[in-house]
Ligand binder design. Structure first.
Ligand code: SAH
Length: 258
């Protein structure tokens, strides 16, 4: 068992689980707030952190960050400061597909994230994050395996209506809405395993790594990161609002099966 996992198990034995949820937009957490008991909130400029209890005593802290890496890192940092003993920080939201096999509504659970616009060469190779000296960030294997099992079980039980296939994969983050097949092609050439592109996950993961907090990134495909992306995205996001919470709940209700 990894030292991180040992710490988590010890923490879980001594107090209720505390989970952080971040999305870029309110739609990505869906009706989440209405499911919380003992709700309270704190305001930090234009960012609101919502706290409460879900189900049988899981403590939740959640927020929507706004688009992009700066907003995501800022929200993650505020959230971790407000909840210093967080067991898991989960980012959920929508993303553009980078693999032709992916369809709208398919789900990618990141087995690695990276920042496709990080480039400190020649001092570091392209994509390498200087403070961590690596390009790929990988979630804790036990949390990843739990999330993967939980989503599969939820799908088999018919709890994920409207969602497509669920698969693990590499997600790339950058401060760019990718709506151009040529831009996507260049990225895929550099990152052959790439599944999806978005604008926050890699930033949240970096903050969580540097703060030694377990993290996961879960993304639903909204568009094909091509010329039709902006239109597909706008249509999609309204329906997504109604479905987003079912994805989060599928995980929360299986926390005791870790
Ligand atoms: N121009 C779009 C804005 C979407 S980008 C519009 O018309 O509304 C907003 C969010 O969706 C970001 O938080 C990002 O993480 C995610 N996203 C979805 N598809 C994306 C894509 N193709 N490229 C980058 N980010 C994408």
């Amino acid at each position: 068992m990894s030292p991180l996992r040992l710490r988590q198990v010890h923490k879980a034995m001594t107090r209720p689980l505390h989970i952080g949820l971040l999305g870029a937009m309110p739609e990505e957490i869906g009706s989440g707030l209405s499911h919380l008991k003992q709700r309270s909130s704190t305001h930090h400029g234009d960012l609101t952190l919502h706290q409460g209890v879900w189900g049988d005593g899981v403590r939740l802290i959640l927020a929507w960050s706004g688009w992009g890496k700066v907003c995501a890192a800022r929200a993650a940092t505020r959230l971790l400061a407000a909840a210093p003993n967080l067991d898991l920080l989960l980012f959920t939201g929508v993303a553009g597909a980078a693999d032709d096999a992916l369809q709208q509504w398919d789900v990618v659970l990141a087995d690695a994230v990276m920042q496709h616009d990080m480039n400190a060469s020649p001092l570091f190779p392209r994509f390498t994050l200087p403070p961590l000296n690596r390009d790929l960030l990988q979630p804790d294997p036990d949390w990843l395996a739990w999330a993967s099992r939980s989503l599969d079980a939820a799908q088999t039980a018919g709890e994920l209506k409207g969602f497509g296939a669920i698969r693990p994969g590499l997600i790339a983050t950058g401060d760019q809405f990718i709506g151009d097949a040529a831009v996507l092609q260049e990225l895929k050439a550099a990152l052959p395993d790439l599944q999806a592109v978005e604008m926050e996950g890699g930033a949240v993961a970096q903050v969580a790594e540097q703060e030694a907090v377990p993290w996961l990134v879960l993304r639903v495909i909204s568009d094909g990161a091509d010329e039709a992306a902006a239109q597909s995205f706008s249509d999609f996001v309204h329906v997504y609002d109604q479905r987003a919470w079912s994805l989060i709940e599928a995980l929360l209700k299986r926390l005791s099966a870790r």
